[in-house]
Design a protein around this ligand. Structure first.
Ligand SMILES: CC(C)(COP(=O)(O)OP(=O)(O)OC[C@H]1O[C@@H](n2cnc3c(N)ncnc32)[C@H](O)[C@@H]1OP(=O)(O)O)[C@@H](O)C(=O)NCCC(=O)NCCS
Length: 187
C-alpha cells in the first residue's frame, strides 16, 4: 500500500496527482508525435487526455497490485507543468515495481525527468517497500536510456522484436535496480 502526502517535493519539482486544470497542458505534449514515438500509445486527443485524467490517472494511492500511480510533475518555481510520471505496482510477494515518464519537449535538457524519476524510485523503495524496480524502453530511445543510466539503473536485457509499432518491429531494453543497490548508492 502506498498513500503519499502531496505534493511530493524535490529540489526543483513538485509531484502530485493530475486535476482537470492540467488537461490542456498535458494534451499539449501528449498530442505530439515525437513525444509518443517510443511510447506504447499513439498521440492523444484532448478528449482522450481528459478521460484518463478523470479516470485512470485520478488515482492518488496504490492499494492493489496491478495499479499504476500517475503523477504530474510541475516546476516548483513557476508552477509550469513539465511532464508526468508513473509508478506501477507489479507484484506484491516479490515486491516488484516499474517506472515510466513523459516530458514536454519544452522541459527537456534540464534534468527534470531524472529528478522526478529519482523521486519515483524513492516512493517505490521507501514508500512501497519494493525489492526491485524496472523500466522498459524502446532500444532507439537514447534520451530515456541516459535518464536510466543517470539513475544508476542497470541495463539487464534486450528483447528483440517484441513490439510491433505501426509498421516496424522494435526492440525493448529492460533496466532494473534493486533496493540494496539503491540504498548503497545513498540516493
Ligand atoms: C525520455 C525523456 C524524459 C528524456 O528527457 P531529457 O530532457 O533528456 O531528460 P532529463 O530531464 O533528465 O534531462 C537530462 C539532460 O539535461 C541535462 N541537464 C542540464 N541540467 C541538468 C541538471 N541540473 N541535472 C541533470 N541533468 C541536467 C543533462 O546533461 C541531460 O542531457 P543529455 O541527455 O543530452 O546528456 C524525454 O525525451 C521524453 O519525455 N521523451 C518522450 C517520452 C518518452 O520517450 N518517455 C520514456 C518512455 S520509457
Amino acid at each position: 500500500m502506498l498513500h503519499p502526502d502531496y505534493p511530493i517535493a524535490t529540489e526543483r519539482l513538485l509531484l502530485r496527482p493530475a486535476t482537470v486544470a492540467d488537461i490542456d497542458a498535458m494534451h499539449a505534449y501528449k498530442s505530439r508525435a515525437e513525444v509518443c514515438r517510443y511510447l506504447p500509445y499513439a498521440p492523444m486527443s484532448r478528449d482522450e487526455v481528459a478521460e484518463r485524467v478523470e479516470g485512470l490517472w485520478a488515482r492518488t494511492e496504490l492499494t492493489e497490485v496491478g495499479q499504476g500511480l500517475n503523477l504530474c510533475v510541475e516546476e516548483k518555481a513557476s508552477g509550469r507543468l513539465l511532464g508526468d510520471v508513473v509508478l506501477f505496482w507489479r507484484d506484491a510477494e516479490s515486491r516488484m515495481g516499474e517506472i515510466g515518464y513523459v516530458f514536454s519537449p519544452e522541459a527537456a535538457g534540464h534534468g527534470y525527468a531524472t529528478e522526478a524519476a529519482a523521486a519515483l524510485l524513492r516512493l517505490g523503495f521507501d514508500g512501497l517497500s519494493l525489492h526491485r524496480v524496472t523500466a522498459r524502453i524502446d532500444a532507439r530511445n537514447h534520451a530515456s536510456a541516459r535518464v536510466l543510466d543517470r539513475l544508476g539503473m542497470r541495463r539487464e536485457a534486450v528483447h528483440l522484436h517484441d513490439m510491433w509499432l505501426e509498421n516496424e518491429w522494435s526492440d525493448t531494453v529492460v533496466y532494473a535496480l534493486l533496493e540494496d543497490e539503491w540504498r548503497a548508492a545513498g540516493r
